[in-house]
Design a protein around this ligand. Structure first.
Ligand code: SF4
Length: 413
């Protein structure tokens, strides 16, 4: 379906799904109450999969972080197992692929999420989409971004299925089927979407506009949203697991995301990247225009919103965040959660320590802990701790002289 790209960035489209649907009134199927495996089987039973016979199908989960099953951070192994079984039984050649966040190795993420064990059991290959050189593409209608580096697999499969886990997200409100395709951007190029300058004439954040831009060329052919155990609050990785026991399936990723939003107690029209993409005709998010499984609301349960500012949870610290990516935010959040008491004990009682993350700081107050490589330019103003993403034990070692929370010497570390 996808033509191989030359070395020159040229427009291309991967938007035509082989699965039948009415783009004016897309169907979305919801199954709940039976566990991740069975819910997925039941929801997919509503889709005519005869078109996948002898086709190469790439299942793209969210396996972008080192997270165990049940944590709500990555797609669950039960949903992946069901998807592998259904597509294999329909006669497809099935592979599972991912390109994780900065600092995470794909095979290790597949292992810890439990996806590798399910794939090995079925003899289904796992693909490290970062292993080979990227393919450059241009985005014809891009507003915040005009080019992307894509993993080469985007041109090698007949069908791409986005299989995210249902989560709130500090930067983008939610992260579902549309945003999960960001894991098809090659290696560290994903991070660039977090570091864009504001777009003149737009109130929305450049990240949201860039995700909408991306979805102009990277829309999945089918979306399966794992709401077995999702994440609420400080997503995408520092929130709380939220059990919903529901799975959402749709050909139109925007419509599937919109229904997932309803299940989460959200309105997709308030999610900037979905609103912008839908306004360009990439999909439907108006609930009145979506043909969804009757009674699906029985599986709804409101997800706590993410805070708009990390500092809310740590009032005795100053958090300076300018255009950081979620990897840095998660690292700092987890670090403060684990070690805030130890930091308070180490530093003078009357101090209010400041932490800066992200690339956009012209200046920082003297003494600020500048966390992560993006703050390197501020190293002469504050105290620089390198890493991308930064590592909690390194931050602790820098501040306290020990990488251990109980203050043991780090000499034998
Ligand atoms: S240093 Fe932090 S904000 Fe910068 S790219 Fe790395 S993880 Fe993201």
């Amino acid at each position: 379906m996808y033509a191989p790209m030359s070395a020159q960035p040229v427009p291309f489209s991967m938007t035509a799904s082989p699965f039948s649907d009415n783009p004016e009134r897309p169907k979305v199927h919801v199954a709940g109450g039976a566990g991740g495996y069975e819910n997925t089987i039941r929801a997919l039973a509503n889709v005519d999969l005869s078109v996948v016979r002898n086709k190469k199908v790439l299942l793209k989960p969210n396996a972008g972080r080192m997270a165990a099953p049940g944590s709500g951070i990555c797609t669950g192994p039960e949903v992946m197992a069901a998807a592998m079984d259904v597509f294999a039984e329909a006669g497809a050649v099935v592979h599972v692929g991912e390109s994780p966040i900065t600092g995470v190795k794909t095979p290790e993420a597949f292992d810890i999420t439990g996806i590798a064990a399910e794939a090995h059991r079925r003899n289904i290959p796992l693909v490290d989409m970062d292993a080979r050189p990227f393919v450059p593409v241009t985005i014809p209608d891009g507003v915040a971004i005009n080019t992307l580096k894509l993993c080469p697999e985007m041109f090698e499969y007949d069908i791409v299925v986005s299989i995210p886990v249902m989560k709130t997200h500090m930067h983008t409100g939610v992260t579902l089927g549309v945003k999960n395709m960001k894991g098809c951007l090659w290696r560290r190029s994903k991070v660039l979407l977090h570091m864009l300058a504001p777009v003149e004439g737009f109130a929305e954040k450049p990240l949201d506009i860039a995700i909408a831009d991306m979805s102009g060329i990277l829309r999945p052919h089918l979306t399966i949203i794992d709401g077995t155990v999702g994440m609420e609050g400080i997503g995408p990785s520092a929130g709380s697991p939220k059990r919903l026991d529901a799975v959402v399936v749709g050909v139109d990723a925007f419509a599937a995301d919109a229904v997932a939003c309803v299940l989460m107690g959200k309105d997709a029209r308030n999610v900037a990247h979905l609103r912008i993409g839908a306004s360009r005709g990439y999909g439907v998010i108006d609930p009145a225009r979506i043909d969804v499984t009757p009674g699906f609301e029985q599986w709804a349960s409101a997800f706590a919103d993410p805070p708009t500012d990390i500092a809310i949870g740590f009032p005795d610290f100053t958090i300076l965040d300018q255009n950081s990516c979620s990897a840095c935010q998660s690292s700092l959040l987890l670090f403060l959660r684990l070690y805030a008491d130890r930091i308070r004990e180490t530093l003078p009682a009357d101090s209010k320590p400041a932490f800066a993350i992200g690339k956009g700081h012209d200046t920082v107050p003297p003494g600020t802990f500048c966390i992560g490589n993006c703050t390197r330019r501020n190293r002469d103003q504050g105290r620089f701790i390198q890493g991308c993403p930064p590592v909690g034990s390194e931050i602790l070692r820098f501040i306290t002289g020990s990488p251990y929370a109980d203050g043991r010497s780090g000499k034998d570390d």
